[in-house]
Design a protein around this ligand. Structure first.
Ligand code: CP
Ligand code: NVA
Length: 301
C-alpha cells in the first residue's frame, strides 16, 4: 500500500490491518502510551474545500505521532493560481513525507500520486471519502463486534460517501443496500464493482433498503461544491430522510451513522440524530484513530 486514493485500491486484508492498527492506536492514546511512529516527519494538508473533522483530526493525529502537519489552503498555494498539480507534486515531494489532499476531482489526487514520490492520502473528493469510511468501519466493529454478515444501508445521494461505503462494506463482508433517487446513482465504476456481489442491492425506496439493517447511514443532500443546486436537490431528495419510518424497518438495535456535518430535518430528523448521537460522535472521533493508522502504514519506515 503506497497511497490511500480510494477504497477500490485496498484489499480486504489491508482494510482490516488498518482497522486493527487504529484500534491499537486508540487504546494507546486512551492509556497515555506514547506512539511516536512519525517522529520528525511532515505531512502537507492541501484543502480546496472547507473542513472541520478532516483538518483537525489529521493535524492532531500527526502531532500525536511525533510529526509536524502543515495546513496548506489551496487559495494561498500557487495551485490556486493555476500551477499544475504535476509540478506541485514534484516540488512538495522534495520537502514533505506525505500529502493529504481534499479537492473536487479524483484525477487531481491520482495525478499527485503519479507525479509525486511520497504517499498521497485522499481527504475527500467528489468521487470518494476513504478516510471517513475507514473510521465508519472501525465504529461499526467497535459497537457490533464484527463487520462480516451485518447489513449496512445507505440512504441519500450516490456520491462520495455512498461510493466509498459500498466498496468498504462489500470488501469487509457486509451486505450493502443503497437507496438513491434514479438520477443520483452511485458512480458507474462502483456499480460495476458491485456486480460481483450477491449481497448488494440498489433501490429507489429508502424503506426497502432499510429492511433489517444493522447500520443506517446518510449524508447531506447537497455536498460541497453543489450549493447552487440546493433548491433542485431539496425536491429530488424529499423522502430520502432517516426518520422513525426508516428506523422501524431496520433491526431494533440498528446503529445510525453520519459523516457530518448533518442537516437536521433534511437527510435526518433531529430525533433520530440525537437518539444515536453517541454512535455518530464516536464515529467522528474515530477519524483521528483511523487516519493515524493510515499515516503510520504509509509513512513510517
Ligand atoms: N466528515 C468530514 O469529512 O468532515 P469535515 O468536512 O468537517 O472534514
Ligand atoms: N458528501 C459530503 C461529505 C462531507 C464530509 C460533501 O462532499 O460535502
Amino acid at each position: 500500500m503506497k497511497h490511500l486514493l480510494k477504497m477500490l485500491d485496498l484489499s480486504s486484508e489491508e482494510i482490516i490491518e488498518i482497522l486493527n492498527l487504529a484500534d491499537q492506536l486508540k487504546y494507546e492514546l486512551k492509556h497515555g502510551i506514547p506512539h511516536p511512529h512519525l517522529k520528525g516527519k511532515t505531512l502537507g494538508m492541501i484543502f480546496q474545500k472547507a473542513s472541520t473533522r478532516t483538518r483537525v483530526s489529521f493535524e492532531t493525529g500527526m502531532y500525536q505521532l511525533g510529526g509536524y502537519p502543515l495546513f496548506l489552503s489551496a487559495n494561498d498555494l500557487q495551485i490556486g493560481r493555476g500551477e499544475p498539480v504535476q509540478d506541485t507534486a514534484r516540488v512538495l515531494s522534495r520537502y514533505l513525507d506525505g500529502i493529504m489532499i481534499r479537492t473536487f476531482a479524483q484525477k487531481e489526487v491520482e495525478d499527485l500520486a503519479e507525479y509525486g514520490s511520497i504517499p498521497i492520502i485522499n481527504g475527500l473528493t467528489d468521487f470518494c471519502h476513504p478516510c471517513q469510511v475507514l473510521a465508519d468501519l472501525m465504529t461499526i466493529r467497535e459497537f457490533k463486534g464484527r463487520l462480516e454478515g451485518l447489513k449496512m444501508c445507505y440512504i441519500g445521494d450516490g456520491n462520495n460517501m455512498a461510493n466509498s461505503l459500498i466498496v468498504g462494506g462489500l470488501k469487509t463482508g457486509m451486505t450493502v443496500s443503497v437507496a438513491t433517487p434514479a438520477d443520483y446513482m452511485p458512480d458507474a465504476e462502483v456499480m460495476e464493482f458491485t456486480k460481483g456481489f450477491d449481497c448488494f442491492e440498489h433501490t429507489t425506496d429508502p424503506l426497502v433498503a432499510a429492511k433489517d439493517a444493522d447500520v443506517i447511514f446518510t449524508d447531506v443532500w447537497a455536498s460541497m461544491g453543489q450549493e447552487s443546486e440546493k433548491a433542485k436537490r431539496e425536491i429530488a431528495f424529499k423522502g430520502y430522510q432517516v426518520n422513525d419510518d426508516v428506523m422501524a424497518q431496520a433491526k431494533a438495535d440498528a446503529m445510525v451513522l453520519h459523516c457530518l456535518p448533518a442537516h437536521r430535518e433534511e437527510e435526518i430528523t433531529a430525533k433520530v440524530f440525537e437518539a444515536h448521537a453517541n454512535e455518530i460522535f464516536e464515529e467522528a472521533e474515530n477519524r483521528l484513530h483511523a487516519q493515524k493508522a493510515v499515516m503510520v502504514k504509509l509513512m513510517a519506515e
